[in-house]
Design a protein. Structure first.
Length: 267
């Protein structure tokens, strides 16, 4: 066991069993669990454990990861029954001798622990997650006060990990449901004082599979690794839509900053 310990992590403190869900759609076999013994050292994360399995025990295990710093959101999976980022989950802090690892729910599976996140990105794109303006070419910057940014600041921390959709019970029963991530991002841009695209997003957000489909279980907010509260965003979006249901919504235009001279034109 000591010979296979990871370099740079120190001595082996204990051995845990990883129970990993294995599934390959191309083989047309039912999903199954396989167990692997992993020597644990101080500082090892669940992602380190999975990579240990892949490098030393079973090269066929598939998982998605990238930054290993909790920023990219690539390594979202269900660890001991809860959606978590594998790179941020310390094995010793779980305080378990058995660690059960599943791919995120409510997504098709590419292989093993790798979900197909196409639905997440498609729904995100549908709410037009960018600033919409009426003029074609802005001639200057649009100013924003700290108080105006604070209205939506929390929702800018979303890293598109997709764990909120995995935990969402409504998403499990309605394949067309936009999901908490997209709805919260819709609220983020609507409340941005620089944005003027409320009416362009209305048909998507205020639809049969939109904001009113949420049952407010709050599971999405419980699993967010960045502390975003998408359940709150959905409720605030409902309030906004309800308050403007009988009047034409018109956002205040952002204050324009001074015109800038082109740097290339300076001699």
């Amino acid at each position: 066991m000591q010979e296979l310990a990871l370099k740079g992590f120190g001595e082996v403190l204990k051995t845990v069993t990883f129970r990993v869900r294995r599934y390959d759609p191309e083989k047309r076999e039912l999903p199954k669990y396989m167990e692997y013994k992993v020597p644990v050292q101080m500082g090892m994360t669940v992602l380190d454990g999975i990579l240990y399995i892949k490098e030393h025990l079973d090269h066929s295990v598939s998982a998605r990861y990238s930054c290993r710093m909790g920023i990219c959101g690539s390594c979202g999976m269900i660890i001991n029954g809860k959606e978590q980022l594998a790179c941020q989950t310390q094995i010793l802090e779980l305080n378990k001798d058995l660690i059960k690892v599943d791919p995120m729910g409510n997504y098709p599976i590419v292989k093993d622990l790798v979900p197909d996140l196409s639905k997440l990105f498609r729904n995100h794109e549908s709410v037009k997650p960018y600033i919409i303006r009426e003029e074609e070419e802005p001639k200057s910057e649009f100013l924003q006060t700290p108080e105006q940014r604070e209205e939506y600041a929390m929702f800018t921390d979303c890293i598109l990990c997709g764990m909120c959709l995995s935990a969402c019970p409504t998403n499990a029963t309605d394949e067309l449901y936009l999901g908490p991530q997209s709805l919260a991002q819709g609220y983020r841009y609507i409340t941005d004082n620089r944005d003027m695209g409320f009416n362009e997003r209305l048909n998507v957000l205020d639809s049969k599979h939109g904001v009113w489909r949420c049952h407010f279980s709050g599971a999405c907010s419980e699993v967010c690794p960045k502390g975003v509260d998408p359940a709150l965003g959905v409720q605030l979006l409902r309030q906004l839509l309800a308050s403007n249901s009988f009047v034409k919504y018109k956002q205040k235009e952002a204050t324009k900053g001074p015109e800038r001279k082109s740097v290339s034109g300076v001699s």
